[in-house]
Design a protein around this ligand. Structure first.
Ligand code: NAX
Length: 325
């Protein structure tokens, strides 16, 4: 039996937490032979609800669940954590300005970044889901000077998966037959889902669709505004699909993608002209617990425009939190 992996999850009493924890405990994230210990963080007023979730986790009698704790202290939650899923964040309330939202989340992610810095395993893999995910990840990364910046990532996988399913529907193909699709930039409606290099069963997807107006006027807005469409239909924000994307992200980062491209929000190394350190969605492949940016893709004029637009938004958010770091 392998030694258990310590997985910290914040926002454990929330909607995404409720979809996520059971799948982690059943082995879907780290493998069916990998025991896990769950270290659950939520606010003091949510501790009773976390206890309820833990009771349900117990009642599943998962063979791979080797232990769990609940706490409202990030220093406890992140102790020796090897994977940290930062889901809990301050939602935007009515009348709240973007600036106030950044400020409120800045307060959370500076503290959590420092707690990771001081207590987590030195190779901890951090995924930030809580919005604004890229900027929250950027704040956490910059609050953890002793950890490798590469260990901090933001979730673009939901956008990636949403784009895949739209493309499969458009072309009447299976999601699993589509390869080399990617998403650039911020997890926000400005993201740029790019299928110029995508193939379906080896054939060019772009050639198959052959409709630039559809790309611009239907596909990109549909993927970009999918979160809002789900809130409109369900009365609640996407939770199960977000949890699923988080599972995919960590699964692929830890266990590898076998050459398949996936999208991760990662600190830029300057590739594709994206300034170093910006937490930006890139196409990557993963192997041996490490991701590598797919290089050499040609950037045409339309793509550069879209990549710059989403970059400008991230730069603006970055400037908005600069005083916190
Ligand atoms: P919920 O409001 O259901 O749950 C959030 C939980 O986080 C609550 O239990 C709350 O008490 C807790 N929390 C708040 N501040 C905390 C802190 N400082 N430390 C620990 N826990 C804290 O939201 P849910 O639907 O689960 O969504 C969670 C976050 O994911 C939100 O920020 C949401 O915007 C974001 N999303 C991100 C997505 C992505 O693709 N990156 C997609 C889905 C989702 O919208």
């Amino acid at each position: 039996m392998k030694a258990p992996v310590r997985v910290a999850v914040t926002g454990a009493a929330g909607q995404i937490g409720y979809s996520l924890l059971f799948r982690i405990a059943s082995g879907e994230m780290l493998g069916k032979d990998q025991p896990v210990i769950l270290q659950l963080l939520d606010l003091p007023q949510a501790q009773t609800a976390v206890k309820g979730v833990m009771m349900e986790l117990e009642d599943c009698a998962f063979p791979l669940l080797a232990g769990m704790i609940a706490t409202d202290d990030p220093n406890v939650a992140f102790k020796d954590a090897q994977v940290a899923l930062l889901v809990g964040a301050r939602p935007r309330s009515k009348g709240m300005e973007r600036k106030d939202l950044l400020e409120a989340n800045g307060a959370i992610f500076t503290v959590q970044g420092k707690a990771l810095n001081d207590h987590a395993d030195r190779n901890v893999k951090v995924l930030v889901v809580g919005n604004p995910a890229n900027t929250n990840a950027y704040i956490a990364m910059n609050s953890a000077p002793d950890l490798d910046p590469k260990n901090f990532t933001a979730m673009l996988r939901l956008d990636h998966n949403r784009a895949l399913s739209q493309l499969a529907a458009k072309t009447g193909t299976a999601v699993s037959d589509i390869e080399h699709m990617l998403v650039w930039g911020n997890h926000s409606p400005t993201m740029y889902a790019d299928y110029r290099f995508a193939t379906v069963n080896g054939e060019s997807l772009k050639a198959k669709i052959n409709d630039e107006a559809w790309n611009r006027d239907v596909f990109l807005p549909t993927v970009g505004k999918r979160g809002a469409a789900i809130i409109e239909a369900r009365g609640l924000s996407s939770a199960a699909s977000a949890a699923n994307a988080a599972i995919d992200h960590i699964h692929d980062w830890v266990l590898g993608t076998n050459g398949k491209w996936v999208t991760m929000g990662i600190p830029s190394d300057g590739s594709y002209g994206i300034p170093e350190g910006v937490m930006y969605g890139f196409p990557v492949v993963c192997e041996n617990g490490k991701y590598t940016i797919v290089q050499g893709l040609e950037i045409d004029e339309f793509s550069r425009e879209r990549m710059n637009l989403t970059l400008a938004e991230l730069e603006e958010e970055r400037a908005g939190v600069a005083h916190l770091l």
